[in-house]
Design a binder for this molecule. Structure first.
Ligand code: PMP
Length: 455
């Protein structure tokens, strides 16, 4: 089976975020099955899923309850449109999501991936202000953090700022305002937390003060800027941004696509600081990693601005063919049910402590600059020189090489440049977590100090 699949992959496929010339020269790893924290390829080799299949898996692969929820829904219907119709799993899921979401979020608008959940939030914010303050001029622009990543569609890329992903598409992107993120390890102000008193908030406040009349919203990932390199914000940062958004009458849009569904130890990262955003984008963990599904949650205040007579044209004109897909919603409901039944959040908190402990020896390696961790998401920033914090040149592909060595050891990883991101399924057992960190540690030593040394 493997031979022909590999040949067809090379002949017909185009993979995301992949240099295909390189891909075509390598033997593709073709995942055939999964069980718990493991992925199994077409040749029967087992790998620990160190990325939760790109941050989506929650309760492990082939969880019996998720499997059953999906097959039970198949016995009813796979899909019907959400345009002008509704369906039971989508209705029930909306109710459950509102129950677990930050208090004050009251409406669920479905879509099918993280980027579209962000696009929806941006469009809602702009239309909200048009309808809320029709005479107050245009609140149409957005403020975001540098190094932000909110997805790959044009709007989501516009409010992002990872040069490598953005440079090619500059002509398509709309203008935005941006401020430095709270990247304490490389503080642009050269200050140290907590003595800095979060001085990095000041430029954000200045921009809000000067430009709030044109600003529709501030968008950020609460607590952790994930794709930026697992940049963890200092405690209180999110609260302060919330206060400023309220003060200057600008919407706060929380992108919880990566941080949502227990990843940080609470159902949503905003809940660590008791913050309610005006709009919240969710996706990845929503179905436990089973089906593509996403949603944008809004406050009743925002929703109300969209109510009116048909010919007032306040309808939110947005919707996808697979919006509110019953299979996705049914499995998402089962996903939330497992959180309760298996006390997933309690397990995550315990595992968070274990992970911190396991990573301690890694933190003192010669080429590890910093380890940042929030719940079960960790980023290990590798540096060429620990004293000067000099990064490895990207051309050295240090992260990629560590991931390759991990793979040989039976752990699948996907680096973020020089940052190795460890994002295991939330259900990962202590033994599996210990094994993951052991393989990763060994790989970092091999690549940065040992036989596979880049120097
Ligand atoms: N926002 C964040 C914070 C993300 O991490 C991602 C995906 N990594 C997205 C949005 C985009 O989600 P998707 O890939 O499902 O479009």
């Amino acid at each position: 089976m493997h031979r022909s699949l590999a040949a067809w992959d090379h002949a017909y496929l185009w993979h995301p975020f992949t240099q295909m010339q390189e891909w075509e020269q390598e033997e593709p790893l073709i995942i055939h099955k999964g069980k718990g924290s493991y992925l199994i390829d077409t040749e029967g080799r087992k790998y620990l899923d160190g990325t939760s299949s790109i941050w989506v898996n929650i309760h492990g692969h082939r969880h019996p309850r998720l499997d059953r929820a999906l097959t039970a829904q198949l016995g009813q219907i796979a899909h019907s449109t959400f345009l002008g119709l509704s369906n039971p799993p989508a209705i029930r899921l909306a109710r459950e999501l509102i129950r677990v979401a930050p208090k004050g979020l009251q409406r669920v608008f479905y879509s099918d991936n993280g980027s579209t959940a962000v696009e929806v939030a941006l469009k809602m914010a702009v239309q909200y202000w048009q309808q809320r303050q029709p005479t107050a001029g245009t609140k149409h622009s957005f403020l975001h953090l540098k190094l932000a990543y909110h997805g790959d569609t044009i709007g989501a890329v516009s409010v992002g700022n990872i040069e490598l992903f953005h440079a090619r598409f500059k002509t398509l992107l709309f203008p935005t305002l941006e401020v430095d993120p709270p990247y304490c390890y490389r503080c642009p102000l050269r200050l140290t937390y907590p003595a800095c008193h979060m001085a990095c908030i000041d430029p954000l406040e200045s921009l809000l003060k000067a430009r709030h009349r044109e600003l529709a919203g501030v968008i950020l990932e609460p607590l952790v800027q994930a794709a930026a390199g697992m940049l963890t914000a200092p405690p209180g940062y999110l609260t302060r941004v919330r206060e400023l958004c309220t003060k200057y009458n600008v919407l706060l849009i929380a992108d919880e696509v990566a941080t949502g569904f227990g990843r940080t130890g609470k159902m949503f990262a905003c809940q660590h600081e008791g913050v309610t955003p005006d709009l919240m984008a969710i996706s990845k963990g929503m179905t436990g990693g089973y089906m593509p599904l996403a949603a944008t949650l809004a406050t009743e205040e925002i929703y109300h601005a969209f109510l009116g007579r048909y010919d007032e044209w306040k309808t939110f004109f947005h919707g996808h063919s697979y919006t509110g897909n019953p299979l996705g919603c049914a499995v998402a409901l089962a996903n939330l049910d497992i959180f309760r039944r298996e006390k997933t959040l309690t397990h995550v908190r315990k595992q968070t402590k274990l992970l911190a402990r396991l990573l301690r020896p890694t933190a003192s390696l010669g080429h590890v600059g910093e380890i940042r961790q929030c719940g079960l998401m960790a980023g290990i920033e590798l540096v060429q020189d620990r004293t000067t914090r000099t990064p490895y040149p990207l051309q050295m592909r240090i992260g990629h090489r560590v991931a390759q060595v991990c793979r040989q050891g039976g752990l699948l990883m996907r680096p973020l440049g020089n940052v190795i991101a460890l994002v295991p399924p939330l259900s990962t057992s202590p033994q599996e977590l210990t094994k993951m960190v052991a393989i990763l540690h060994r790989a970092i030593v091999d690549v940065t100090e040992g036989s596979a040394s880049p120097a």
